[in-house]
Design a protein around this ligand. Structure first.
Ligand code: PLP
Length: 452
């Protein structure tokens, strides 16, 4: 950082401050973690300077032998860690991994001359007319994914994301009584909708998904099963999710981010059956620009770390901690969506505290507890204010916190929320955005958060 400071000291300061902030607060954002020094070092180096469009051994640039080595090792670790026939480690993020997967499924399953033409272009260069022609030729293909308020992700066919332009989308929700995926209702919906793709995976669903059942439903309606395991890849790598709950043997294609529970660099990857491998490998240039060779190096290091036995212990601890956090909150009277958790995240319904998700998020942030507001199923406050807070344990588990500390974390969260209330609006009503919390309470909790 001293070198950075000689050029732009404000950037060096911001980086230092980020480290301090991350050290002094409790990081409970379910999609964040702490990458190891080895992962960070593999990312900050001269590989960043190299162009390497194409795939291993088939590059559009000269001088790629070291990138070939890096990419081959990363793919080998990914295949062996997850038991997948094929791995593609170039996607720059989870959204890119999903885009690569959708294109691969379309290219594999649908006869369309416009698609072949489009494969020569970058997706951003396609005009509205190109899209329209493509949509028609592709026969207005359909995707079925989990609804956003049930915990699904924007990249699973929703309008604000490009996947929502590629597919006509319908979503499956959860049983309103239990908050759990209703597989019988999903099967009925799939029979009626006949999607090309069924997407399983989530950002905020606190329970397990039975991927064997999902595949059975997909097979019955002739759909390809795509699983986005971005959130729980670390639990798959750590062998906490096995059998019917491990997506890799069941789905034709699996995508993930590498920076969440997997604890690697910010990035994505795709695993697939052999039949989709050549289409997946066309990710660059179809969807992606030049691969980030330095990030592929960091992915290789993170995947190698995840193959060590200690990672399985880490993954088990994530879930033990998550359960302890949910129990601790429930014992103090909080409402947990679905009544608990089986994975790395807990969805707290903050309605009982008389605040919105946004107010809860800000009150906790004032108190050194970093979380994010999240919709709950059928959220009365909508997607902006929300009624939920999503809590995840991968980061605190990386810092060595265990079950006993989770009970204390639950206590800190409950202390803050039970003393937070909506601020008054100018006309004397209750704000949905602004909150009131005594500074003394916030400082006391923040001091304890920094110690933990
Ligand atoms: N898929 C899921 C399930 C996610 O939760 C996320 C991010 O939160 C993504 C994809 C997108 O990942 P990225 O931010 O790396 O594009």
């Amino acid at each position: 950082l001293d070198v950075v400071a000689t050029v732009e000291p404000r950037i060096a300061d911001a980086i230092r401050q980020e480290l301090t902030d991350q050290r002094e607060s409790l990081k409970l954002i379910a999609s964040e973690n702490y990458a190891s020094p080895a992962v960070l070092a593999a990312m900050g180096n001269w590989l960043s300077d190299k162009y390497a469009e194409g795939t291993v051994g088939r590059r559009f640039y000269a001088g790629c032998r070291n990138v070939d080595t890096v990419e081959s090792i990363a793919a080998e670790h990914a295949r062996e860690l997850f038991g997948a026939p094929h791995a593609y480690v170039q996607p720059h993020s989870g959204i890119d991994a999903n885009l690569v997967a959708f294109w691969a499924i379309l290219a594999h399953r649908v006869e369309a001359p416009a698609l072949a033409k489009a494969q020569a272009k970058h997706v951003n260069d396609l005009s509205e007319a190109d899209w329209e022609q493509l949509r028609q030729e592709l026969g207005n293909q359909r995707a079925l994914g989990m609804s956003l308020d049930a915990g699904g992700h924007l990249t699973h066919g929703f309008r604000p994301n490009i996947s929502g332009k590629m597919f006509e989308q319908r979503s499956y929700g959860v049983d309103p009584a239990t908050g759990l995926v209703d597989y019988a209702a999903l099967r009925e919906l799939a029979r009626e909708f006949r999607p090309l793709v069924i997407v399983a995976g989530y950002s905020a669903y606190p329970r397990l998904i039975n991927f064997a059942t999902m595949r059975d439903i997909a097979d019955e309606v002739g759909a390809t099963l795509m699983v986005d395991m971005a959130h729980f890849a670390g639990l798959v790598a750590g062998k906490v999710l096995t059998g019917d709950y491990d997506p890799v043997p069941h789905a034709q294609i699996v995508t993930t981010t590498t920076h969440k529970s997997l604890r690697g660099p910010r990035g994505g990857l795709v695993l697939c059956q052999e039949e989709l491998a050549s289409e997946v490998d066309r990710g660059c240039p179809m969807v992606l620009g030049g691969p980030l060779s330095h990030v592929m190096a960091a992915k290789a290091v993170a995947l190698a770390e995840a193959r060590q036995p200690g990672f399985q212990q880490y993954a088990r601890q994530i879930v033990d901690n998550s359960r302890a956090l949910a129990d601790g909150l429930q014992r103090r009277g909080a409402t947990i969506v679905t009544g608990g958790t089986d994975n790395h995240l807990v969805l707290l319904d903050v309605g009982g505290y008389g605040v919105t998700g946004r107010q809860a998020e800000n009150a906790l942030l004032d108190s050194g507890v970093v979380t994010n507001r999240n919709s709950i199923p059928k959220d009365p406050n909508g997607a902006w204010y929300t009624s939920g807070i999503r809590l995840g344990t991968p980061a605190l588990t990386s810092r060595g916190l265990g079950v006993a500390e989770m009970d204390e974390v639950a206590d800190l969260i409950h202390t803050v929320l039970s003393q937070t209330s909506p601020a008054a609006t100018a006309d004397g009503g209750a704000s949905k955005a602004k909150h009131r919390l005594d500074d003394a309470v916030a400082s006391k909790v923040a001091a304890r958060a920094a110690e933990l």
